[in-house]
Design a protein around this ligand. Sequence first.
Ligand SMILES: C[S@@+](CC[C@H](N)C(=O)[O-])C[C@H]1O[C@@H](n2cnc3c(N)ncnc32)[C@H](O)[C@@H]1O
Length: 209
Amino acid sequence: MPELRLYLADEIFPLWRTLDAESGEVEASLPFWAFAWAGGQTVARYLLDRPTGVKGMRVLDLAAGSGISALAAAKAGASESIAVDVDPYSTEVVALNACANSLQITAWRRDLLDSEPPDVDLVVAGDVCYEQPMAARVLPWLRRVHTSGIPVLLADPGRAYFPRAEFRALAEYDIPTSRDLEDAEVKRTGVYEFTSSSPTTEAARPFPS
Ligand SMILES: C[S@@+](CC[C@H](N)C(=O)[O-])C[C@H]1O[C@@H](n2cnc3c(N)ncnc32)[C@H](O)[C@@H]1O
């Protein structure tokens, strides 16, 4: 993504083993924050191509990882861009990546999934259906956010736990990835919003593109 500079790792397993060794845990969390996953890249591309949908808005990037989506929102003119993740390394890496791009990002280490919808104008979520327990928590929360009237953009590369039928595709991209991460060089990845047939109310607003 030519518009953004990110600190990224080349390979996941050596880094994961280093984290295991340093943390003393049998299995430390996968270093999601060291990669721009297909979902995050897709949200970023979508926002950068549609700055009018983001300009002046308060944007929350849920499960931010490296913060790529939050960075794109800030670059596209968001008035505030908040990157939220439960992984403490993510918060640190988001700060580094914000600095590398001379962008202002608020980085929270927080689990919002049992909380009320946040006080923002747009929620974005890249690649959040990568495992069943996360999908089971994040999808009801995102639906709640949507129902409260806050637009939600979710990007997914066809993960098994992504309920495609509940969403409407807004755009699709061929996203470069790696055999190390995805066993593929390219992943076709969509950016989605909830369909009106999912449990929503009239309060729900679409992404203003
Ligand atoms: C596959 S990565 C996606 C990262 C980024 N959105 C991207 O697409 O590059 C999934 C992220 O979800 C985060 N995560 C898991 N549970 C979470 C929760 N309850 N709240 C916020 N983030 C969470 C992980 O720490 C990880 O950074």
